[in-house]
Design a protein. Sequence first.
Length: 122
Amino acid sequence: MASTTIEGPPAAPHRPAATDPRLPGSIGWLRERITRYDPPYATEYVVERSLPPSRHELGREELSEVDDGTLVRWTTRAEIPVPLVGAFLTRRLARPIITRAFRDILETADAALTQLPRPERA
């Protein structure tokens, strides 16, 4: 089982939905179930179904305030469920793709949110 953690600002909006279909395309199709929702600090989820198929143990997005915004720490544990070569394929193929997809999502959110006016702090 490979684990990938990506950090970067900012926080994308989180929804307390029963399922959350993420952005299609770069990873494939995912049906996620939110398992923990602790706004504004954390969301956890599992991927119930996906194309291509995967075995997914944990998805976690943790948010913390930093001087210039919000730090997002996004962790996932997943594996390509193929006998004998699944672990190898996960490390060499899936991990770089998932890492890039997470980074793209965070960078897109950052670009969109940095265009918004910042609220004044007390």
